[in-house]
Design a protein around this ligand. Structure first.
Ligand code: CTP
Length: 464
């Protein structure tokens, strides 16, 4: 089975899942539950009860789900629709995790005072409930009666809490069930029902205006930095003047915006961020291996690659394993290196061409073009490499290029737009590039959700 075909095994592809979170200490686990549901291909929209907002902020949920978070029954969507009703009418399944004793009681009596109960009450989609509370609360006759009513009276699927240490310091039954068990219950609840609301306009809207500090939450970004060194013999190499400042500024900025960053660092002269997963490389060949591993690891493929490394264009045709003596003389024969970025672009395109992988798995690819004198070659470079964005700069200009803390760049995109930025700090340039990456990823996700939500053909189990 190819990687793309394997990704088609995502069990919630095209489904809209409403995740209701109520005010338990286990509310933080809902963030990870959201990730697991998304990894199964679901489009997730989050509803928070007022007390849940005291444990977890709406920003992480909005950034991860890419939808506005519903937390107030009286709030309207920007287009005037009532958010929790849109969710009630379009979700394929509603999952309440963690569900507090208070929420179970409110739901058992139909008291719709918060968005989670209101959405569940207004929906005829299947409901999965994962309670979490203190052990004595769980065994209290009131809770036992409420759970029985939800299960037997309303037909809700209750994923019972587990036994173990509780927030109170005691031990007993009350811990939120293991998250994979909740995901399995959600999968079983939708089973082979058709997608309930395939029309994206009738589903909850996408979030807009997520601030920079969170707009890359949930994204995995690979960044290369520094200059490669091509070995001539064990003591000598061919290098270049890159210091790695631009790549490291990109890694710092991406981390500050919530991304998980793999930083592939060739020769760099600046400190590397602790929060990144750092892979050290020396030659172009090392960089190629590290890139392949980072772009398509065993888990989810990377969301974006920003190729800021100065990759050698030529490498010695032979590498000697002993030091060449001066008396021997030296004439170097160089061979061109493979174009690593074009390579990554070609393999991403071939994965996307497989309908099973689809655009959802295509990374956003950003290249750099260090030119001298004119940027005329930049548009052709962008096309030849098959990438989404090219950041071009004239390294011969004062304040731009190697070893400086500033840069003046022009960002070209696949659609033909050209954005000339003024002289800025490398960190600000990094943020401007990441603004474009964040937008491109949102557009990619929107397109994928629309495609995934098309009606599922029962005989294929795939969108028609
Ligand atoms: N790059 C690459 N592999 C190479 C050379 C460059 O992946 N062997 C990447 C660089 O990291 C950069 C982009 O391609 O993001 C453009 O690099 P640049 O040196 O400007 O372009 P080249 O394709 O090498 O073209 P030329 O040398 O003709 O300018």
């Amino acid at each position: 089975m190819t990687a793309a075909a394997a990704s088609d095994a995502r069990r919630l592809r095209g489904r809209l899942i409403a995740l209701g979170v109520t005010g338990s200490i286990a509310a933080y686990k809902a963030v990870e539950l959201l990730r697991l549901l998304t990894a199964e291909g679901a489009d997730v929209v989050v509803l928070l009860s007022p007390s849940a907002t005291r444990f977890v902020g709406p920003l992480s949920f909005a950034a991860l789900s890419r939808h506005p978070v519903e937390s107030d029954v009286l709030d309207l969507l920007p287009d005037g629709r009532i958010g929790h009703i849109v969710i009630a009418d379009s979700a394929d399944v509603l999952v309440v995790a963690p569900a507090t004793a208070h929420w179970l009681a409110a739901m058992a009596t139909g008291l719709a005072g918060d968005v989670v109960t209101a959405a569940v009450l207004a929906s005829n989609a299947p409901v999965v409930v994962a309670p979490a509370m203190d052990g004595d609360m769980w065994t209290h006759p009131a809770t036992v009666t409420n759970v029985a009513r939800l299960r037997e009276g309303f037909g809700y699927i209750v994923v019972a809490p587990e036994s173990g240490p509780l927030a109170s310091g005691q031990s007993g039954v009350g811990r939120l069930a293991e998250l994979p068990a909740i995901v399995d219950a959600v999968v079983a609840a939708v089973a082979d029902r058709p997608v309930r609301q395939p029309n994206p306009d009738a589903r909850p809207p996408l979030a807009t205006g997520i601030p920079r500090e969170a707009d890359l939450v949930g994204r995995r970004i690979v960044i290369t930095a520094g200059g490669t060194r091509e070995p001539i013999d064990p003591v000598r190499y061919i290098g270049n003047r890159s210091t790695g400042r631009m790549g490291v500024a990109l890694a710092d900025a991406a981390l500050a915006r919530g991304a998980a960053v793999t930083l592939i660092a060739a020769a760099v002269e600046v400190p590397l961020p602790d929060a990144a997963e750092v892979v050290r490389v020396e030659s172009t060949a090392d960089l190629q291996r590290a890139l392949r591993a980072a772009m398509t690891p065993d888990g989810a493929p990377a969301d974006a690659l920003v190729m800021a490394a100065a990759v050698a264009d030529f490498t010695p045709a032979v590498r000697l394993d002993r030091k060449i003596a001066r008396a021997d003389g030296l004439t170097l024969q160089l061979s061109p290196t493979p174009d690593l970025l074009a390579d990554v672009a070609a393999s991403a395109a071939s994965r996307a061409a497989d309908a099973a992988g689809g655009p959802a798995t295509s990374p956003i690819l950003v290249g750099f073009a260090a030119e001298t004198g004119s940027l005329d070659r930049a548009p052709a470079k962008l096309r030849a490499k098959g990438i989404d964005l090219l950041v071009a700069n004239d390294v011969s200009e004062p304040g731009s290029g190697f070893g400086t803390d500033t840069n003046r760049v022009t960002i070209l995109d696949r659609g033909g737009s050209v954005e000339q930025l003024p002289l800025l700090s490398k960190r600000e340039v990094a943020d401007r590039i990441l603004d474009r990456v964040a937008l491109a990823l949102d557009a990619r996700d929107e397109a994928a959700q629309t495609a995934d939500a098309r009606p599922v053909r029962a005989e294929e189990g795939r969108p028609a």
